[in-house]
Design a protein around this ligand. Structure first.
Ligand code: PLP
Length: 388
């Protein structure tokens, strides 16, 4: 199919919910992407943090293909090795007691919301169901996770939304103002990815944790974007010394296949029981086999490498004229400039670099194994585009 045919069919037949860029990606290798015309790009988007070891990664591919050779799907009425192994790896590495597998970030968060409500219901009876989330948060596109998302822009057109969410600013006075005798959990991202890679204050996070623990309010950390080595930590809460009760993740976990995980720690490890939740596809063996290969590669050496590359990126981005601020951690980077981010992203594409935008900022989520020479190439293009 020609590029024009693809665009025409897509425009005619795919629901028009995305502002697509004018390229059709077809293949790649590592941090290099190729479009259907054969043009090459450095990939600093990884399909929104998904292709965490780049394209055509041998180790991930081997794990996935070996599993496809055996069986492609086992429903959750039966046991399957990849799911059991992945759950064990996640629990051993994080200290979680149980994992529920879903297919996306939103679904992992749905499980977290249900678990928090049930935990409270089991212990305190009816009526203690409110969850405090933060302004500028993003937790997904289902009705419940949109309700959890603290951005007015998302609360249009689809009402009525689910009740039981209160949106606090990222400071303690605002959390206190939103706390009631109905509060059962707080839910947050340590770095707010979709709203611009906004860093939360570490002292606020520690104080919030203390406040929550004293009141038996569950601490839910949404690591859908920040997780799986992205920030230079296996999960970003480690960087802040937090001890969450529930951690959700997705995006990079699957390395390119859909998977979501809701990790349940000590307090709520026994909350979900038979019949409480389920999924037909959740924990699919192919997705789990790929995810296991990814989780097993995220060791200390890799995490240090990610921290080093992130620092190198940051240091050099700050040298670019018109870059006002660089936020984020590890290889999750936000760049604020005086230009519209979409315009920067489009100019980068023309020059062979793919970046993301997030609200008012440019966002970089490159593969964790991006090479130094590729970072330099990306910096060169960003410099050309932003400093003009
Ligand atoms: C992307 C994202 C989600 C939603 O994940 P989907 O897989 O698109 O459902 C939820 N929370 C955060 C923090 C995200 O970045």
């Amino acid at each position: 199919m020609s590029k024009a045919d693809i665009f025409a069919d897509d425009k005619e037949y795919v629901a028009n919910t995305y502002a697509r860029y004018n390229i059709a990606l077809s293949s790649g290798n590592g941090s290099k992407l190729t479009d259907i015309n054969g043009k090459e790009y450095i990939d600093c988007a990884t399909g929104i943090g998904v292709n965490i070891f780049g394209i055509n990664d041998e180790e991930w591919k081997r794990a996935v293909v070996a599993q496809i050779d055996k069986i492609q799907h086992v429903c959750n009425l039966y046991y399957s090795e990849p799911q059991a192994e992945l759950a064990k790896a996640l629990c051993v590495k994080t200290g979680a007691k149980k994992v529920f597998f879903a297919n996306s970030g939103a679904e992992a968060n749905e499980c977290a919301i249900k678990t928090a409500r049930k935990y409270s219901h089991d212990k305190y009876g009816e009526g203690r169901y409110e969850i405090i989330t933060l302004k500028n948060s993003f937790h997904g596109r289902t009705i419940a996770t949109l309700s959890a998302t603290g951005q007015d822009a998302f609360h249009k057109n689809f009402g009525p939304f689910l009740e039981g969410f209160r949106y606090a600013e990222a400071n303690m006075p605002s959390v206190l103002a939103n706390y009631t005798d109905k509060t059962c959990a707080v839910m947050l991202e340590t770095i707010q990815g979709e709203s611009g890679v906004l860093d939360l204050d570490g002292e606020f996070l520690k104080n919030l944790e203390k406040f929550a623990k004293e009141r038996d309010i569950l601490l839910i950390i949404d690591e859908v974007q920040t997780g799986n080595g992205r920030t230079g930590y296996l999960y970003s809460y480690e960087a802040f010394g937090l001890h969450p009760d529930i951690v959700t993740t997705a995006k990079g976990l699957g390395g390119g296949l859909p998977i979501g995980a809701c990790m349940l720690f000590e307090k709520c490890g026994k909350t979900l029981t038979f019949g409480d939740h389920g999924s037909t596809f959740g924990g699919n063996p192919v997705a789990c086999a790929g995810a296991l290969s990814i989780i097993n590669r995220i060791d200390n050496a890799l995490l240090l490498e990610v921290q080093g590359k992130g620092a190198y990126f940051k240091e050099n981005l700050l040298k670019i004229k018109h870059v006002d601020n660089v936020s984020g951690m590890g290889l999750m980077i936000g760049i604020s400039t005086n230009k519209p981010p979409r315009e920067i992203a489009e100019k980068c594409i023309q020059k062979g670099l793919i970046v993301l935008t997030a609200h008012n900022n440019v966002r970089l989520l490159p593969p964790l194994n991006i090479k130094k020479s590729e970072i330099d190439e990306a910096l060169k293009i960003l410099n050309e585009v932003i400093s003009q």
